[in-house]
Ligand binder design. Sequence first.
Ligand SMILES: Cc1cc2nc3c(=O)[nH]c(=O)nc-3n(C[C@H](O)[C@H](O)[C@H](O)COP(=O)(O)OP(=O)(O)OC[C@H]3O[C@@H](n4cnc5c(N)ncnc54)[C@H](O)[C@@H]3O)c2cc1C
Length: 400
Amino acid sequence: MTQQPARLCILGGGFGGLYTALHLSQLPWVKQEKPEIILVDRSDRFLFAPLLYELMTGELQTWEIAPPFEELLAGTGVRFHQGTVTSVDLAAKQVQLQDGHALSFDRLVLSLGGETPLDRVPGAAEHALPFRSITDAYRLEERLRVLEESEAEKIRVAIVGAGYSGVELACKLADRLGARGRIRLIEQADQILRTSPDFNREAATKALEARGIWVDLDTGVETIAADTLDLSYKGNVDTIPVDLVLWTVGTRVSDVINALPLKQNARGQIVVTPTLQAVDYPEVFSLGDLVDCQDAEGQQVPATAQAAFQQAEYVGWNLWASLTDRPLLPFRYQHLGEMMALGTDNATLTGLGFKLDGPFAYVARRLAYLYRMPTLEHQVRVGLNWIAQPLRDAIGAIDP
Ligand SMILES: Cc1cc2nc3c(=O)[nH]c(=O)nc-3n(C[C@H](O)[C@H](O)[C@H](O)COP(=O)(O)OP(=O)(O)OC[C@H]3O[C@@H](n4cnc5c(N)ncnc54)[C@H](O)[C@@H]3O)c2cc1C
């Protein structure tokens, strides 16, 4: 009698899940050891989130930053199943999907990422837009288009949170809206980009000033209404008129994760061992934004694409090791630095002994992300398009 191959389910195809699947497909499986690998995601596309802002300025197109899973996984032996995970029964080793499908597993990878909490102030869920997914970007595009086509002299945008997302979004939207834009960045703390290196914070401050973006520090958002925002500063509450509110503050894990009997921290993140396994559940691996992870040296690993990308290599390896009776490797995080887009021709980056801002940083950031894109085929298609685009623009400019 032939033995059934082990089944490995990867839930969530973001930086953690997709790159785990791609690593797994490249490992040296002996034929009879090769497991069935299934990647589940509610979307049909992977999203390269750090380049999501570029959709709002038309610098990049959806196919470049969000290629379909079917295309990325072609020829890898990994099966893609589009579906929304509604629950996981760890005792029965079964995943339940919204479409009624149930998937059994021998090994599970939890990589469902995080969600933007819109319940922190009254009115946020009804009137503020998050900026995390392609759907969020399309919704924002639609709102901007309506405002741009309106008779309004000015378009007033408030962005809540002056972390990476808030600052990057503010600069890109300021460049898109030009003189018509009135952009306001609201931050509860006494400075922007609290966790950034000074160089990046200073470059970002200059970029915000150059674009005339108002920055309200030490300011809380009390309530959000359809066309106003209540802001509190030093005990006083001011109501300001606004056309669009974007909410970029916080990350939380989904209800599917909260419902699991796994060890979780106060923020609901799954606590994992340095080998990226859930405590007391060695068949469950987890990575990315939904884990609380200390690496082999005890460093706390941040919730970033960079960390998820590095963890994916270890999860892939450790799954292979656990199915082939080899020792598992503890994760070692290497902080490579941070990069930020600061408009359509400007960026800043700090890391590996380098500090750079301005147009050169803009190009360096693009190239670094091109290198990180999944699959060589996709990198080549996007890279060729980036080379061809300026030529097309130049021809378009002289063509009557
Ligand atoms: C706009 C933006 C800019 C960013 N910029 C940077 C940056 O410059 N540098 C950096 O390091 N990090 C950046 N990040 C953070 C980075 O994207 C995340 O840390 C990273 O994506 C985490 O990877 P992950 O695999 O945990 O989650 P994700 O990449 O978010 O993937 C989660 C996947 O799970 C799927 N999913 C979720 N719930 C379900 C469900 N119930 N059923 C089925 N599928 C589900 C989602 O569709 C998604 O594909 C940025 C994030 C955003 C939103």
